[in-house]
Write a protein that binds this ligand. Structure first.
Ligand code: AMP
Length: 397
């Protein structure tokens, strides 16, 4: 397989699929350029190695053809600034004669952005003829959009067949894959997954897949109460999914069969209202009276969870263990974050991603003290569910 490091870009047009789906305000100003910044190393490397970057992306969800508010021209000036003043041109479309003419004449050190891929319905349909038109704009194809790697769209997967020997991952997608493989394929043991958040239903496929891989599974947050109720406990007014009581029982059974240690809150910080200002008391998780609901892990549970995390070789954290948005119920999630930082300092590999755990680690200002933060959303979740992602398979095949 080709890599950016080994590929000879000199004199070649590198068609780079990036994720420039950035938020814009009503003046079309970029309010968060994280995704653009993330793509810079790949773009700069192509330029440095004598190639001509031809960048393609989607932006927003245009419904029926071109719409000015979704035009990638709103990104041109900022991309030029991020590339130290390099000239950035925008093509009128992502396919067609005029666009091809521009792609064929990108001068050294300059960059061309193609117009929004999703101005053509064929992009999301994975239309092969459209992919072939796109492919004409490059001599090689770099997939650097992990955020759309779970979609078999024309630019993210179907296009690969037009570059049988000239396709590779960019640095964004490369480091996502490398980090995820450190967790899922070849973890330093013990491997601990912390699954939090509100609902079992949104995490169930991931939990089922992880049961085949992890040594320890910490179940936290709102999910806890479905498990506690399934065991016959009283959960008062805590959040619960009654349709998933049988699922919770099955997870406990499978965990036992596979020798996975399941850690769940024994005590909780309960509240008499879903509010930061509610009255609180520490209760056993299986003995919560009506009128009270568990909103955070309790002190004993926090200690149990921290011990397991601090002794881990690899840690995956997906979802807070309490309503961290309320400062009075953020203590459990903060303790998890602290334990992950401690374990990381001792040499563990820690990956934070999916759901609100990224917001959580950012809120605590600890983002720089863990090994890797994935911001990919859907693609990350599908990877953790054990699915093959079309955008990865297309480059590797
Ligand atoms: P997710 O997006 O699945 O990671 O879910 C995150 C959400 O779960 C956050 O908004 C938390 O406030 C919420 N959450 C965590 N613990 C609880 C709980 N005990 N009761 C209700 N919601 C919770």
């Amino acid at each position: 397989m080709q890599t950016i490091e080994t590929y000879d870009f000199s004199g070649k047009r590198a068609l780079i699929r990036v994720d420039f789906n950035v938020p814009l305000n009503d003046k079309f100003e970029i309010t968060d350029d994280t995704r653009m910044r993330a793509a810079l190393p790949t773009i700069k490397k192509v330029i440095e190695k004598g190639g001509s970057p031809v960048i393609m992306s989607h932006l927003g969800r245009p419904k029926d053809g071109p719409e000015d508010k979704f035009s990638l021209r709103h990104l041109v000036k900022h991309l030029s600034e991020l590339l130290d003043g390099a000239k950035v041109n925008i093509a009128p479309d992502c396919i067609g004669a005029e666009t091809l003419e521009m792609a064929n004449h990108v001068k050294p050190g300059e960059v061309l952005i193609l117009e929004n891929l999703r101005f053509h319905a064929e992009e999301t349909k994975g239309d092969e003829a459209f992919a072939e038109q796109l492919a004409k704009n490059g001599d090689c194809w770099i997939n650097d959009a992990f955020g759309t790697a779970h979609r078999a769209h024309a630019s993210t997967a179907v296009i690969a067949k037009f570059f049988p020997n000239d396709k590779m991952f960019g640095y964004v997608i490369g480091s996502e894959i490398e980090s995820l493989e450190k967790v899922v394929q070849s973890p330093q043991r013990p491997l601990t997954a912390i699954m939090g958040g509100a609902k079992v239903s949104s995490k169930i496929t991931i939990i089922e897949n992880l049961l085949n891989k992890v040594d320890n599974l910490i179940i936290g947050g709102g999910m806890t109460y479905t498990f506690v109720k399934a065991r016959g406990g009283n959960i008062g007014d805590s959040i619960c999914e009654d349709d998933f009581l049988e699922t919770a029982k099955t997870i406990e059974k499978v965990a036992k069969e596979k020798g996975v240690k399941l850690i769940m809150a024994s005590d909780v910080l309960a509240a008499d209202d879903f509010s930061n200002d509610a009255n609180t008391k520490v209760l056993q998780s299986n003995d919560i009276p009506n009128g009270w609901q568990g909103l955070d892990a309790g002190p004993e549970s926090i200690k149990d969870m921290q011990k397991v995390i601090e002794e881990s070789g690899t840690i995956l954290w997906n979802g807070p263990v309490g309503v961290f948005e309320f400062d009075n119920f953020a203590k459990g999630s903060r303790a998890i974050a602290d334990a992950i930082v401690t374990a990381t300092k001792k040499g563990a590999f820690s990956l934070i991603g999916g759901g609100d755990s990224v917001a959580c680690i950012n809120k605590f200002g600890l983002a720089d003290e863990v090994s890797y933060i994935s911001t990919a959303g859907g693609a990350l979740l599908e990877y953790l569910e054990g699915k093959e992602l079309p955008g990865i398979a297309a480059v590797r095949s």
